[in-house]
Design a protein around this ligand. Structure first.
Ligand code: SAH
Length: 227
């Protein structure tokens, strides 16, 4: 299991380290993830700690898995791709909507910067907060609320990641981005299937790039789906 070290270092000698290493190799060679900082972060975070006990043996397969509250922990490939698209720097200020299990949050925190994460389901928010704290990740703040309104107290953000499917990019999130900042979000008129989109705020307006189909649980809130 984890060593008692502080910061973002974990022992790689846990029983899952071989499976995790294979997952990283597959992300690099089969899925084209090229950002070494993302791959290193994914190698350093024990995903099996974020999945239900009975599913731990599946933790390093490239699958989404169910967690509490009818939600899911995202597929490793999509976590890697979204993180890569955020183009994080060591001092980035990042807002994440949809903490869920906290796995994606841990990857962001392992890269560095300051991470603010919002989850609407109270028991998921408090469980993720405890787990992240126990892992020694001190650069993360979690709160329970409707993330479609963003988090005004810490704006503007360098990068915003939304881990749930939205009908459109929520206005408050675009407003809370720095100029040059990026919002990575699954958007779709279908509740089950979306397109992964990166919006970049520029002096001249909003640039939009698409990165293929994906499937997330719905983003529910004032600027998302209504229940
Ligand atoms: N990245 C997470 C995946 C979470 S699934 C992980 O790796 O575990 C998406 C999460 O978004 C769910 O937990 C859901 O409760 C949450 N969510 C949906 N709408 C939300 C909203 N408006 N604000 C905050 N969280 C929201």
């Amino acid at each position: 299991m984890m060593s008692g070290t502080s910061g973002t270092e974990f022992s790689l000698s846990d029983e899952y380290s071989m499976a995790r290493r294979r997952m990283i190799d597959s992300l690099r060679t089969e899925h084209g993830i090229a950002d070494e900082r993302v791959l290193e972060a994914m190698d350093s975070v024990p995903r099996h700690l974020f999945v239900p006990e009975a599913l731990k043996f599946q933790a390093y397969r490239n699958n989404a898995l169910p967690i509490e509250g009818n939600q899911t922990i995202s597929q490793p490939f999509i976590v890697a791709r979204m993180t890569e698209l955020l183009e994080l720097r060591e001092r980035s200020k990042v807002l994440e909507i949809g903490t869920g299990s906290g796995y994606q949050t841990a990857i962001l925190a392992a890269i560095g910067g300051k991470i603010y994460s919002i989850e609407r389901v109270e028991k998921l928010a408090s469980k993720a907060e405890d787990l992240l704290r126990n892992m020694g990740l001190r650069n993360v703040t979690v709160k329970c609320s409707d993330g479609t309104n963003g988090w005004e107290a810490y704006e503007p953000y360098d990068s915003i990641l939304v881990a749930a499917g939205a009908p459109a990019a929520p206005e408050p999130l675009i407003a809370q981005l720095k100029t040059g900042g990026r919002l990575v979000i699954p958007v779709g008129s279908d509740l089950k299937e979306q397109e992964l989109i990166r919006f970049t705020k520029t002096d001249g307006g909003i640039k939009r790039e698409t990165y293929g189909k994906c499937s997330f649980v719905p983003l529910i809130g004032e600027h998302g789906w209504k229940q």
